[in-house]
Design a protein around this ligand. Structure first.
Ligand SMILES: NC(=O)c1ccc[n+]([C@@H]2O[C@H](COP(=O)([O-])OP(=O)(O)OC[C@H]3O[C@@H](n4cnc5c(N)ncnc54)[C@H](O)[C@@H]3O)[C@@H](O)[C@H]2O)c1
Length: 280
């Protein structure tokens, strides 16, 4: 006879800030049917009303301290500019209850968060991206030395509910992750915008151009993910000698596309470091 399994205690996760990123994580966790109890705190009643309407089981409050009471994990999902003020008001309670803190804020170092939270806290810093809204995100994570193995798994499962996750042992690498995948969706959107304008100049109706461009972007990403082939090899397969693609690619490469991307990513990485220095 099978031994009956004891039901595992659910993990209580509190979101401080109920904005776009927090809501995408909540959707992911609920779709994942994770064994969790969810709470959110936000001063904006409209945000809370939206949460209550869609997810009546999620406790929604304006009181950050009430929301973190007894929580196993506290996800810090407010804008970087107000992170210091928010964490400093949580410090006293956090020193007593010692939850795992998961910060999704761009450009705020673990050292600063730890200091604002009173020190010696378990903190995972991560950099997700907006495709998390459709469960297709990419997140880089870093854990400080206070984080236990089970807390690491808890942090990973929250972010994995909205896409892929990748751990980094060196926190400084998160500046590069911010430049690559944090800001990255905007680079692809800019390419889509540029293609849209160019397609319309070729006389294609806006709606038709939009559909062709979106499906091409989706198809290219899916092919690159699923074929196991390198983008350079896939590009060559599209490019017939003396054909149309070759004509287009010549324009893009001779216009300095590679240099532009190198400079763009360097600018984003430097800005991430500057923001962290300003927020310390
Ligand atoms: N948007 C992105 O591409 C992206 C990518 C990665 C990480 N992030 C990070 O995610 C975090 C949240 O970004 P977002 O786009 O969800 O922002 P958002 O503005 O949608 O959400 C922030 C929420 O915080 C709430 N808030 C304000 N003061 C508060 C307080 N004192 N206590 C509790 N809540 C408070 C606001 O009312 C708002 O609902 C930011 O730190 C950002 O750096 C964003």
């Amino acid at each position: 006879m099978d031994t009956p399994q004891l039901a595992q205690k659910p993990t209580t996760i509190t979101f401080i800030g109920a904005g776009n990123m927090a809501r995408s994580l909540i959707v992911g966790l609920l779709q994942d049917q994770a064994n969790v109890v969810l709470r959110v705190a936000d001063p904006d009643q409209q945000q809370l009303d939206a949460i209550r309407k869609h997810w009546p089981d999620v406790l929604a409050t304006t009181d950050n301290l009430e929301a973190i009471q007894g929580a196993d994990v506290v996800v810090l999902a407010v804008k970087p500019q107000i992170m210091r003020e928010v964490t400093e008001t949580l410090a006293e309670a956090a020193q007593r209850s010692r939850p795992l803190f998961v910060s999704i804020a761009a450009g705020i170092r673990e050292e600063a968060l730890n200091r604002w939270l009173g020190g010696n806290q378990a903190i995972v810093r991560c950099m997700p991206n907006t495709p998390a809204l459709v469960q297709a995100g990419a997140t880089g994570l870093y854990a400080n030395t206070q984080v236990s193995d089970s807390q690491r798994s808890a942090a990973e499962s929250i972010l994995r509910a909205v896409g892929i996750t990748l751990w980094f042992a060196d926190e400084a690498k998160l500046d590069a992750v911010t430049a690559i995948s944090g800001s990255g969706p905007a680079y692809f959107f800019l390419v889509m915008e540029a293609m849209q304008a160019a397609a319309e100049q070729l006389g294609i109706e806006a709606a038709d151009a939009h559909l062709l461009i979106m499906q091409t972007a989706l198809g290219a990403a899916k092919l690159a993910m699923e074929s196991g082939e390198l983008p350079a090899d896939l590009r060559q397969k599209v490019t017939s000698k003396g054909g149309t693609t070759e004509a287009a690619l010549k324009v893009l490469t001779s216009g300095g596309l590679h240099t532009l991307f190198a400079q763009a990513l360097q600018a984003a990485e430097s800005r991430s470091k500057e923001l962290a220095a300003a927020n310390s």
